[in-house]
Design a protein around this ligand. Sequence first.
Ligand code: SAM
Ligand code: SF4
Length: 277
Amino acid sequence: MKYLRMSWLMLDKFNREINYLRISVTDRCNLRCTYCMPSEGIPKKKHMDIISYEDIIKIVRSAVEIGINKIRITGGEPLVRKDIISLIKGIKSVPGVKELVITTNGVLLEKMAEDLKRAGIDRINISLDTLDEKKYKELVRVGEISHVLKGIEKVIEAGFTGTKINMVLIPGFNDNEIEDMKKFCKSKGLSLQRINHYSLHDINSINRKYEAERPLKCSVCNRIRLTSEGKLKPCLFSDIEIPLDKDDPERSLRQAVLSKPRHGSMNNTSGNWEIGG
Ligand code: SAM
Ligand code: SF4
């Protein structure tokens, strides 16, 4: 037997416990971050090519069966997908989901923070790489920092705890802002999650110049991913994709866990916006 399933424990071939599923609910985004998307955006996919809410819920139910207990909703920008609140409520109602979290660029939080709280989101990660209005605009190409800052206030008002600010560290661009960002987070009761910039095409591109919490080291990786097209990705830095068997999602999920490579290498098949980072 190539995997070990002891009630709520799923180990991969290298003895890593896999308990975390990241779901990219859309490839669309209301920003165009230079490190993530082309400036012109990405070709629009047909609705039928994007995974349905019904299928996502099915996968979550099966994921819990194989030992997944943490789910992250990501994207593209998850808050632009229509009726995202109903999906969140649906995932939250699946027994065995212990932690339901979301990563967002924050632009729509001003309007949606309270709804997210009511729907059952446990924690939010908000991506904000700079506090400088001009640099923000330069980085995201479209969009205003004021929306994100107001969104952060709404998240605090809504009573969320454990909120993180995701800051991608870009040499020569925002690396001089780490201390300011730490102070900002401290003043708001948030924590800072520093992410070393990378290109998906080469794991060795991860800029290790700075101390950072992400990307995770392969040896402690505990996650698999579901893309917005409904493929399972065992590793961010790999071309391996497991097509979803809609009649037996549990089998596909197990296959994804067992296909996790010991180390990532390169991913030339999907963009960050499809996998969710
Ligand atoms: N749109 C949402 C957001 O930006 O928070 C969720 C999706 S985004 C792909 C998820 C995370 O991946 C964000 O924190 C983003 O900063 C990070 N990310 C995207 N491209 C990256 C890159 N090339 N290097 C490091 N982090 C990256
Ligand atoms: Fe959109 Fe997030 Fe990618 Fe920025 S990092 S372009 S906000 S998906």
